[in-house]
Ligand binder design. Structure first.
Ligand code: ATP
Length: 294
């Protein structure tokens, strides 16, 4: 019996890890379209997060050497700060997210967390410290509880509920026919985009990462849903360093700093109010978006 159960336990662990990796990859699909083969340095230590400061220093990057995408980007995010990256489609915003997750290595300059170059630490520890709230949360054909608990092995029901409350989805869940035991996903109850996103937020909150990478939804949610999601995200960001990749501007007006990217270069930086006053690129983007919304 012992002889049999040990390898099975071992396989169970590996299986869980593989599934977790697949969830992370699936969730990152928008941000991280094409994971490359990046290997840890031999004997690399784990990332040691103290405050969660993120620094891009003269970052250069190209998917194809003939076509530079990021051309010397420097951004310093202090622990607990909220920074949003905005800019036209194709300017390189999501690429920054992919580099932070080290799905690619920078081709020039460096990217570090609390002073540790991402190339020098294990990828597992890097991924464990960055929570991603993707545009589209992948749900398993399993219970709501299971879908949230995926954020952390061994989470208790109390912890799961606390995460769901913070993500403002708890009340919705307890109203379902079987509460937390209700099956969701393709073969279960289908959740709306906003509900799925909240499950994703709860999952990330349970993981309790010091750094959050938010990939702002491009698809328009109705105003009420969007407000709920924004509140949930704001709560999720409390006490964490947050980098938002913003495809729209309406939701990032209260960021500590907004970085405007154009063709792989930073063209403006400041708060929403600063940038509107300045009357430059950001205020142009803002005016265009307001006009489209009207
Ligand atoms: P959007 O707001 O439309 O999502 P973005 O600012 O996030 O745009 P990125 O996804 O960072 O833009 O892409 C920047 C540039 O890099 C684009 O020109 C894109 O075509 C190119 N690019 C993105 N992913 C790859 C890839 N895997 N291989 C080659 N080029 C890529």
């Amino acid at each position: 019996m012992i002889q049999i159960s040990m390898p099975l336990n071992f396989l169970g662990g590996v299986y869980r890890e593989i599934r977790q990796a697949l969830v992370d990859m699936g969730e990152m699909f928008d941000l991280l379209e094409q994971p490359a083969e990046i290997k840890d340095k031999p004997g690399a230590p784990d990332l040691d997060v103290r405050g969660g400061a993120v620094e891009l220093r003269d970052v250069e990057f190209a998917y194809d050497p003939a076509r530079p995408i990021l051309k010397g980007i420097s951004v310093k995010i202090e622990p607990g700060q909220k920074v949003a990256i905005v800019g036209p489609s194709g300017s390189g915003k999501s690429t920054i997210g992919r580099l932070l997750f080290r799905f690619y290595d920078v081709t020039g300059g460096s990217l570090s967390i609390d002073g540790q170059d991402l190339r020098d630490v294990t990828q597992d520890s890097l991924h464990a410290n960055i929570g991603v709230v993707p545009q589209d949360t992948v749900l398993f054909n399993d219970t709501v509880r299971y879908n949230i608990a995926y954020g952390r092995d061994g989470a208790t029901q109390d912890e799961i509920e606390a995460a769901a409350r913070a993500a403002q989805i708890h009340d919705f869940i307890i109203g379902l026919p079987e509460g937390y035991e209700t099956r969701v996903g393709e073969r279960g109850l289908k959740l709306s985009g906003g509900e799925k996103q909240r499950v994703g937020i709860a999952r990330t909150l349970l993981k309790n990462p010091p750094i959050l990478l938010l990939d702002e939804a491009t698809s328009a949610l109705d105003t009420e849903t969007e407000r709920g999601i924004q509140e949930a995200l704001a709560r999720a960001g409390e006490g964490r360093t947050v980098l938002t990749i913003a495809h729209r501007l309406s939701t990032i007006a209260d960021a500590d700093r907004i970085v405007v990217l154009e063709a792989g270069e930073i063209v403006e930086e400041g708060t929403h109010a600063d940038l509107l006053l300045k009357g430059g690129r950001y205020s142009g983007l803002w005016a265009r978006q307001e006009a489209e919304a009207a």
